[in-house]
Design a protein around this ligand. Structure first.
Ligand SMILES: *[C@@H]1O[C@H](CO)[C@@H](O)[C@H](O)[C@H]1NC(C)=O
Ligand SMILES: *[C@@H]1O[C@H](CO)[C@@H](O)[C@H](O)[C@H]1NC(C)=O
Ligand SMILES: *[C@@H]1O[C@H](CO)[C@@H](O)[C@H](O)[C@H]1NC(C)=O
Ligand SMILES: *[C@@H]1O[C@H](CO)[C@@H](O)[C@H](O)[C@H]1NC(C)=O
Ligand SMILES: *[C@@H]1O[C@H](CO)[C@@H](O)[C@H](O)[C@H]1NC(C)=O
Ligand SMILES: *[C@@H]1O[C@H](CO)[C@@H](O)[C@H](O)[C@H]1NC(C)=O
Ligand SMILES: *[C@@H]1O[C@H](CO)[C@@H](O)[C@H](O)[C@H]1NC(C)=O
Ligand SMILES: *[C@@H]1O[C@H](CO)[C@@H](O)[C@H](O)[C@H]1NC(C)=O
Ligand SMILES: *[C@@H]1O[C@H](CO)[C@@H](O)[C@H](O)[C@H]1NC(C)=O
Length: 439
């Protein structure tokens, strides 16, 4: 492991500590001044000229980038590390500390500022660095110390250059919410320190090639490729990403099955594969992802029976299996006895058969429950009335019969309740009239 940039102040661990105490004290006291001189006097390093060349290649940029200038005079020395917007430097004290390479660029952050980054939604369009242009003219090879690159929310178009693979120290790369096109460069696999990669909301095409997932030594914790035009299948090599907490491949055109090897991603907290063209069953191995809090497989063409192993996912908070049209099987009572933290469960527009189990009451945190548009039979269980947090519920478009249970009148948080298109008889229970919020 190569050393990280560190301060260039002399070390207190010097063997001549005692003898040189006086000199050392002198050096330490002048250390800050010395740094400032280095920053001010440093010649335009290849890093800074690379950044200036890229800046001049841009079709447009916001006023913040006006701070990127090489001109200097007595009152305003050119000092990219302290005056350039979005550029962070570190002092480097490794080999050649006596040389010129004392200050290196370790982070570039030119993302748009949106008030909040709600987990996956694009931020409100807001003016940040306002970059319009390509990455072609950015000489990545001149930025060997870069650890963080964040250009989220600009108007960058064209391809992601293969030379990005030279950023061997890169730990996070965020190019989301741009207009990037072309395929994923294979050289991304060379970014062996990468922990977070976000390319979502672009126009990236091509397939997820097996090498993309590395050889098992990947450091990736978060991988977001949502809302692109990625095609092909999910390679079984996805299982190499042992440290992955978050995988978002939603809103692409990925087809084929969910690989059974996905069950090896045991660190996963969030798995989002929604709005693709996935077919075949939900593999039983998904039950091994016991840390999973959110699972979204909605709007695909998944089929076959729900695996009982889904009951193993006892930390689930959000589960969306809706709009697959072909999922069959039953809502096993064990699902609900184990899903005690579930807040959202949606499985509408499938072909789920059997009854609504009375055990649904164990998922006592449920706020949204949509089991509409399936083939459910039997009656609406009385126990549904004990889900005191429930705000939205639908059992519509099934084959349910009998009267609705009076216990539904106890659901004081309920705002929306659909039960239409069933064989439900009798009237709306009188008790439901007490629900002030019901629409
Ligand atoms: C010195 O440089 C700064 C920044 O480039 C500029 O704003 C300022 O006008 C310059 N001052 C003189 C005296 O040239
Ligand atoms: C990855 O790096 C190695 C060594 O630096 C190089 O030989 C190889 O071509 C790179 N792979 C890609 C896909 O860029
Ligand atoms: C895996 O790939 C990384 C980066 O490409 C490389 O540094 C490492 O040596 C490889 N490990 C094995 C076991 O092949
Ligand atoms: C994907 O491709 C289709 C057809 O070319 C296009 O209409 C659509 O906008 C693309 N989507 C994205 C996210 O690039
Ligand atoms: C994916 O499914 C959608 C809707 O079913 C369809 O329009 C589209 O052509 C499919 N794409 C691919 C690549 O199969
Ligand atoms: C349930 O999770 C455990 C790990 O906690 C795993 O060993 C087991 O295989 C899982 N069972 C099923 C049915 O997936
Ligand atoms: C319910 O969860 C427990 C762990 O919390 C697990 O041991 C058990 O197998 C799960 N039940 C089913 C049917 O998967
Ligand atoms: C669900 O109902 C539809 C129409 O009512 C029927 O065509 C379909 O075969 C049923 N599916 C299952 C799994 O029972
Ligand atoms: C509904 O609340 C009433 C009291 O308001 C209680 O007697 C009844 O058992 C409750 N029903 C259910 C199903 O929780």
């Amino acid at each position: 492991m190569a050393p990280f940039p560190q301060p260039i102040c002399p070390s207190r661990r010097s063997p001549h500590y005692v003898l040189l105490l006086l000199l050392l004290a002198l050096l330490l006291s002048s250390c800050n001044v010395h740094h400032r001189l280095v920053l001010a006097e440093a010649p335009p390093s290849p890093e800074w000229s690379a950044l200036l060349a890229w800046k001049s290649s841009l079709r447009r940029h916001g006023p913040l980038l006006d701070s990127w200038t090489s001109s200097s005079n007595a009152t305003h020395p050119a000092a990219p590390c302290s005056t350039w917007y979005g550029v962070t430097c570190s002092q480097w004290g490794g080999q050649g500390a006596g040389g010129r390479r004392l200050v290196v660029v370790t982070a570039i952050r030119l993302h748009s500022r949106s008030k909040s980054r709600s987990d996956d939604e694009p931020g409100e369009a807001s003016v940040g660095a306002g970059l319009v242009g390509t990455l072609e003219a950015l000489d990545f090879a001149a930025l060997p110390w870069l650890m963080h690159l964040n250009l989220r929310g600009n108007v960058l178009y064209g391809a992601i250059p293969p030379s990005i693979g030279t950023l061997s120290k890169l730990a996070s790369l965020d190019l989301s919410l741009n207009q990037l096109s072309g395929e994923l460069p294979p050289s991304l696999a060379n970014l062996s320190r990468l922990a977070e990669l976000d390319l979502s909301f672009n126009h990236i095409t091509g397939e997820l090639f097996p090498g993309f997932f590395g050889n098992g030594s990947s450091m990736l914790v978060k991988l977001r490729l949502r809302h692109n035009n990625i095609t092909g299948k999910i390679p079984s090599e996805v299982a190499h990403l042992k440290r992955l907490h978050l995988l978002d491949l939603g809103e692409n055109q990925i087809k084929g099955g969910i690989p059974q090897e996905m069950g090896h991603l045991e660190a996963l907290r969030r798995l989002s594969l929604q709005n693709n063209n996935l077919t075949g069953p939900i593999p039983a191995s998904i039950g091994s992802l016991t840390k999973l809090k959110a699972l979204d497989l909605s709007t695909n063409q998944l089929s076959k029976d729900l695996p009982l192993s889904l009951a193993n996912l006892s930390l689930l908070v959000e589960l969306d299996l809706s709009n697959n049209f072909q999922l069959t099987g039953e809502l096993h009572p064990q699902f609900f006895t184990n899903w005690t933290r579930l807040v959202t469960f949606t499985i509408q527009w499938n072909q789920i058969t059997g009854r609504i189990p009375a055990e649904v009451r164990y998922s006592r945190s449920l706020v949204t429950l949509d089991i509409g548009a399936n083939n459910l039979t039997g009656v609406v269980p009385t126990s549904l009335g004990s889900l005191s947090s429930l705000e939205k519920a639908s059992v519509a478009r099934n084959k349910l019969y009998g009267p609705l249970p009076p216990s539904l009148g106890n659901l004081t948080s309920l705002k929306i309740f659909y039960a239409d298109n069933n064989y439900i008889t009798g009237r709306i229970p009188l008790e439901m009239g007490k629900l002030a919020n019901l629409v």
